[in-house]
Structure formats: structure tokens, C-alpha cells
Design a binder for this molecule. Structure first.
Ligand SMILES: *[C@@H]1O[C@H](CO)[C@@H](O)[C@H](O)[C@H]1NC(C)=O
Ligand SMILES: *[C@@H]1O[C@H](CO)[C@@H](O)[C@H](O)[C@H]1NC(C)=O
Length: 199
């Protein structure tokens, strides 16, 4: 499979050229490290040793009705789409996240952010939100989700694109299923299963 090729003067010259350019760029890099705003760190320095996978399951409550909604439309939909896909609508949310499907079950955090209706053909949202946890060791840490949510699909998947605190360098995805939707009020309870790689 592999053939030995005896070095020819020209390949020696190329090797030399390659080595010297390596040395030059190494010198340039170390100079850069000394003088510039960027430096290369060993990940151990930040305690980034063992990446682990955590599964979270919780319920997301989108309350649009009543006197204290957690989801408020801040931009109305384009008039042509009001009765169909609500294209153009943007809602800001501070939605409770609970351990069980009932709103009265333990509050573990809030989903803060917004979603917008981004499809003219179906009800398809772009969602951008931070899960701000308040429970146990996760208190104060956040997970950021940005993705597409076609709300009438049985299972929707959205990427976890980062996080803070215990979720620095987080990546992963969430799978969401509607647990309950009340057409009369527009309120929704959605089951979230999040699979998150973090340190
Ligand atoms: C709304 O629909 C009307 C009639 O089909 C069309 O003329 C108009 O351009 C549409 N407006 C928008 C913003 O899509
Ligand atoms: C979460 O952290 C905040 C701020 O440090 C603190 O006030 C609060 O009591 C903590 N909550 C829980 C449930 O531990």
C-alpha cells in the first residue's frame, strides 16, 4: 500500500522550506501570545476536565391568558396572517418551569426570552430563550436554547447553544412535546426533555 520514496533534492528543499516556515510561525505565535489580547490556555486551568451528559425533564408553562400572563405579544402579526400562521408576531416570555406538569408543582426556574412566528405556511416559531434555574446547585446557572418550533408537530427539537455557570461550554438539544393546550385561552403546557453536555 505505502511506497517508500527516496528523498530527492527537491523534496529535501521543500521539507526545509516547510520546517523553516513552521519555526517562523511559531516565533510569530509566541510573540503574539506576549503582546496581544489573546492567549492560549490549558482547559484544566478553568477546571474543564470531565464533560458530562445531563438529562433534564421539566414542564414549560406559556400563560397568555388571565391577569398575569407570562407570555406577552410585543409585536403583532402581519395582518394577512393573523388568522392563519400569525407570521410576524413576536412574544416576550418569562415562563415558569416546573418539575411536574401542574403549575403548582415545584418551580425550578424560568424560561426567559422570546419567540416569533417565522413561517408563512404553518405555525412555526423561532424560539430564543434562557432557562434561568433556581433549583439546588443549578441556582443561578442558565442554558440557552435557539431553534425552530413547529408547535403542532408531535415532537420538536431545538439546539442548546450554550450556557452559563454550571453550563459553561454547554451544547445539546431539547425535545419538546405539548402536554396540554387549551384552545379557549391559548395557554400551553409543554414537556421539555433537555440533553446537555457540560462540565
Ligand atoms: C396581503 O394580501 C393582499 C391580497 O392578497 C396583498 O395584496 C398584500 O400584498 C398582502 N400584504 C402582505 C403584507 O403580505
Ligand atoms: C438562589 O440564589 C439566590 C441568589 O444567590 C438566592 O437569593 C436564593 O435564595 C437561591 N434560591 C434557592 C432556591 O436556593
Amino acid at each position: 500500500m505505502a511506497q517508500r520514496v527516496s528523498p530527492t533534492p527537491s523534496s529535501c528543499f521543500l521539507t526545509l522550506l516547510f520546517l523553516s516556515s513552521c519555526i517562523l510561525s511559531a516565533i510569530a505565535l509566541s510573540k503574539e501570545n506576549q503582546n496581544s489580547f489573546a492567549s492560549i490556555l490549558n482547559p484544566n486551568k478553568l477546571g474543564l476536565k470531565n464533560e458530562k451528559l445531563t438529562h433534564f425533564r421539566f414542564y414549560w408553562h406559556d400563560i397568555v391568558s388571565g391577569r398575569k400572563p407570562s407570555s406577552v405579544i410585543v409585536v403583532p402579526s402581519v395582518s394577512n396572517y393573523t388568522s392563519t400562521t400569525s407570521f410576524g408576531m413576536v412574544a416576550m416570555i418569562d415562563d415558569p418551569l416546573t418539575e411536574g406538569p401542574e403549575l403548582s408543582s415545584k418551580l425550578i426556574g424560568k424560561a426567559q426570552g422570546f419567540y416569533g412566528s417565522a413561517s408563512q405556511q404553518e405555525v412555526g416559531l423561532i424560539m430564543a430563550m434562557n432557562f434561568a434555574f433556581i433549583e439546588g446547585k443549578y441556582n443561578g446557572s442558565t442554558i440557552t436554547v435557539l431553534g425552530r418550533n413547529t408547535v403542532f408537530s408531535k415532537v420538536r427539537e431545538m439546539p442548546v447553544i450554550g450556557g452559563s455557570g454550571l453550563f459553561r461550554f454547554a451544547r445539546g438539544y431539547v425535545q419538546v412535546r405539548t402536554h396540554q393546550f387549551t384552545p379557549k385561552t391559548g395557554d400551553a403546557i409543554v414537556e421539555y426533555n433537555a440533553y446537555v453536555l457540560h462540565y
